[in-house]
Design a binder for this molecule. Structure first.
Ligand SMILES: *Cc1c(COP(=O)(O)O)cnc(C)c1O
Length: 432
């Protein structure tokens, strides 16, 4: 067997990773998965506490999704959506429209959450231009927002650690306080007539550390957008496909956005695929004779890939066959109960939860301590793979995890937090 760890150290550059620290540690090389578990090249087993970075839904190697991808492979792996269609893309579009909030009737495919957000921004901007609202060139973003890593999606992001380096490259935006409808009203009152769209992560700001918005905020945002003639973009890349307990988070507030971004869970965590859904009204704003040049000039090579569409259709089949959302509800309640004990751990500052999105915040620690990372190292030794966001430990298992699996994950997280804090080299600072 080749020395994969050595090859990794010599040639691979990992995302969101300080390579200096990475190369000093033994990399975890995962060879296969089964259900909620991952197995490394040494045969060691880990509970997948990140659901393959927030995208796995029904577990690894689900027979229905495996079969769908195999069957598509026997037909064709990839063609193009530029000038061609294929059965999977058409069927999937119809099914996404069927389950999406009211009014979203058109599906524009791409291949990552970042591109889904980027596309929503470009559609919103061009739509406003083409309907004569030429002054609407700005976007309102929320502080602490995350919409991906391309320059457009970073422009509407607000996590300084990730985004501040690129400020000189980004377009200007107006910023509103997350979860604060009065602040959004203030921003729109001051700048409403120059705003094309307000961009939000509905209910939960994931990458910010699982920040849960107060009830009613999304509905208020929808009302304000209507009042000021501004589009509402809901980025459901993290929250979509059951993560918050309903198929889409927007449903919980009865909100239908004008544009909705989907990725992560769309293929059940199998293959890269994304979709930006739009209303018929927006779609019609792009219609015209060719020489009017109202075309949406955007498209990626692997857009609407047939293997990915096959996985996405099977993902929706499994939601129905296994009554995933119904069976998720008691597990959400169990998780809530288990987290009460986690919140009682003295080293834990705050626990935040919405459905199957959990952030265990360890409070402020010196960055050099890498407290979140320490916890994940401890967790790995105890048989779970988790990944922190700074000093927040994120728990985001596949929706299909068993109740015992959930208990195991929370127990490992709790033990790992205690062990990490106990073994940290200096005393905990008491304040930020
Ligand atoms: C992960 C995420 C993205 C980016 O998706 P990628 O597929 O990683 O590009 C965008 N928006 C939200 C809310 C996300 O959580």
């Amino acid at each position: 067997m080749p020395d994969f760890a050595q090859l990794d150290r010599e040639h691979v550059w990992h995302p969101f990773t300080q390579q200096q620290g990475w190369s000093e540690e033994e990399p975890l090389v995962i060879e296969r998965g089964e259900g909620s578990y991952l197995y490394d090249t040494e045969g060691r087993r880990y509970l997948d506490g990140t659901a393959a970075l927030w995208c796995n839904v029904h577990g690894h190697r689900h027979p229905t999704i495996d079969r769908a991808v195999h069957e598509q492979l026997d037909r064709v792996a990839h063609t193009t959506m530029l000038g061609l269609s294929h059965p999977g893309a058409t069927e999937l579009a119809a099914r996404l429209v069927e389950i999406a909030p009211e009014g979203l009737s058109r599906v524009f495919y791409s291949d990552s959450g970042s591109t889904a957000a980027e596309i929503a921004l470009k559609i919103a901007f061009q739509y406003q231009q083409q309907r004569g609202e030429t002054g609407r060139t700005r976007f309102v973003r929320l502080r602490e927002a995350y919409h991906g890593d391309t320059i457009g999606s970073v422009s509407v992001g607000g996590i300084d650690l990730f985004h501040s380096t690129y400020r000189p490259l980004l377009f200007e935006t107006h910023v509103a306080e997350p979860g604060d409808a009065a602040d959004l009203e203030r921003v729109l009152t001051a700048h409403g007539d120059e705003v094309a769209a307000v961009v939000v992560e509905p209910l939960v700001q994931g990458a910010a550390g699982i920040l849960v918005q107060p009830e009613g905020y999304l509905r208020a945002a929808r009302e304000l957008c209507d009042r000021f003639g501004v589009l509402l973009v809901c980025d459901e890349v993290a929250t979509g496909f059951g993560r918050t307990g309903t198929m889409f988070a927007s449903e919980q507030e009865g909100v239908a956005p004008d544009l909705m971004c989907l990725a992560k869970g769309i293929t059940g965590g199998y293959l890269p695929l994304a979709a930006t859904l739009a209303t018929e009204e927006i779609y019609e704003g792009f219609l015209g004779s060719y020489e009017e040049f109202k075309t949406f000039f955007h498209g990626h090579t692997y857009t609407g890939n047939p293997l990915a569409c096959a996985a996405a259709l099977a993902n929706l089949d499994v939601f129905e066959q296994e009554r995933t959302l119904e069976r998720l509800q008691p597990k959400i309640a169990l998780l809530e109960g288990l987290l009460v004990e986690v919140a009682a751990i003295p080293e834990v500052a705050e626990v935040r939860q919405k459905g199957f999105m959990v952030g265990v915040d360890l409070g402020p620690h010196d960055a050099a301590l890498r407290m979140g990372h320490r916890v994940t190292v401890e967790a790995r030794e105890r048989g779970a793979f988790i990944r922190p966001l700074g000093n927040t430990i994120v728990l985001m298992p596949p929706l299909s995890i068993s109740e015992d699996g959930l208990r195991e994950l929370v127990a490992i997280a709790s033990e790992s937090i205690r062990a990490a804090v106990a073994s940290a080299p200096v005393d905990l600072p008491q304040a930020a």
